[in-house]
Design a protein. Structure first.
Length: 83
C-alpha cells in the first residue's frame, strides 16, 4: 500500500484503517482504549457494504465485531466461481 491510497481523516488521535482490499482506505478516529463495531466504523467512514466479506487484521469478522485502535478493517468482494 502506498501513501497515495490512504485518505487520512487526522493524525493526532488513535485511528483504525478501513476500506476495500484493492481500493481506497481511510483512517477513522476512535476513542483511545475503546472498541468500536465494524458497523459504526463503516458509518463514520461513509462506506456502504453489500455482500462483502469483512476481515479485521486478516481474520473473518462481522458487522458487530469490535475493533480497537491500530487495527485494520478490510472489505473483500465475494469471489464467484464456476458452478
Amino acid at each position: 500500500m502506498t501513501k497515495s491510497n490512504v485518505v487520512s481523516l487526522g493524525k493526532s488521535n488513535p485511528v483504525v484503517t478501513i476500506g476495500f482490499l484493492l481500493g481506497e482506505k481511510k483512517e477513522v478516529h476512535v476513542e483511545k482504549g475503546s472498541a468500536t463495531s465494524v458497523q459504526d466504523l463503516l458509518a463514520k467512514a461513509n462506506i456502504e457494504v453489500k455482500n462483502h466479506q469483512i476481515r479485521v487484521d486478516g481474520e473473518p469478522a462481522t458487522m458487530k465485531t469490535l475493533v480497537n485502535e491500530g487495527q485494520e478493517v478490510l472489505l473483500l468482494k465475494p469471489l464467484q466461481g464456476n458452478a
